[in-house]
Ligand binder design. Sequence first.
Ligand code: ATP
Length: 374
Amino acid sequence: NTDTTSEPAAGDLRLVNVTKRFGDFTAVNDLTLTIPQGSFFALLGASGCGKTTTLRMVSGLEEPTGGRVLIGEDDITRLRPHKRPVNTVFQNYALFPHLTIADNIAFGLKRRGIKDVAKPVQEMLNLIELSHIGSRKPNQLSGGQQQRVALGRALINRPQVLLLDEPLGALDLKLRRQMQIELKRIQTEVGLTFVHVTHDQEEAMTMADTIAVMNHGRIEQLGSPTDLYENPRTTFVANFLGQSNLLPGRAGGVVGEHLQVVLEDGTRVLIPAERNRASGEDVIVGVRPEKMSIHASAEEVPSGRNVLTGGIVTDTSFVGVSTQYVVKAAVCDELGVFVQNDGAQIFRPGTPVVVSWDPSQGFGLDGRQDIDAG
Ligand code: ATP
């Protein structure tokens, strides 16, 4: 939850009405957020939405124009960076090239005057699975290995909060996927709060317990990955996390557990009646492409499903486990429909089709939004 009304635990990271202006440009706009101790939290958003600026206010590299940053009840808003129980891992590793891996990791301990570093360094090398190459120099490591060292160096002093600013941005896709799993494993083992900044929705969804989707310096929606995916509250979130078919219409009446919506071409569909909407109110019906099915005719659609008739397949891509269709229908020029390839018929471009989905699988959005947001 974003609210600050519930009692914060001692180690929770809290931003309270935090604003950052550069001249008359507002990069972060009145952000209020509680990040529970020990959670893996992702700040997700497009370039320029204020993610890095938010992190920099937590680490102390940037001073807020207004608002407060706290850990538990400790106000750290004006504390110098090195006085904060916070450390950052950057995309460009920033390792000391002349020191060995082990010495890079030991650096933070030695700086604090700790003499007996062998044991904690060995434990850290084990955690990041580099114990066999502790005596190498950074230039003898791969990008993924260097990123592990950067992580080990940032974790050795056990900060209460570890900030990760696009830490996997320099890695190729395959290595990125491996490191996502690795990072999550390490976070679970050390049990510290990780705040991860990324513009990659898949990365955020793979790793984070909670994701805050940022847009124009504000949090657009906050929730678990499944929550955001299944119940986006804005068109921006619906488009930013995966793909959505968004169909504008007007609320009709409530039918049992469902709300009837009349789409622009007059087609009536049902969505879960998640809250009261006045009859006639503008509503956007959202459906994920993989929740839709494609059929040769309306007779083939099982009863109880929403149906869009008069479609024509305009594009077909076979992508291994699924086939992805683009369908031109009366309500929408480009419906995305993803179908599992379990022996189902493949429809070629030009084929007339009908599209259907189960009413429980759609979601309703406030109709006064830009449908292309995100
Ligand atoms: P990216 O993913 O590209 O790093 P971001 O979401 O992290 O983007 P920020 O770096 O936080 O975005 O920047 C938010 C906005 O504030 C941008 O429009 C940026 O140009 C602006 N900004 C950031 N730092 C400064 C600065 N020192 N002076 C002026 N404008 C700044």
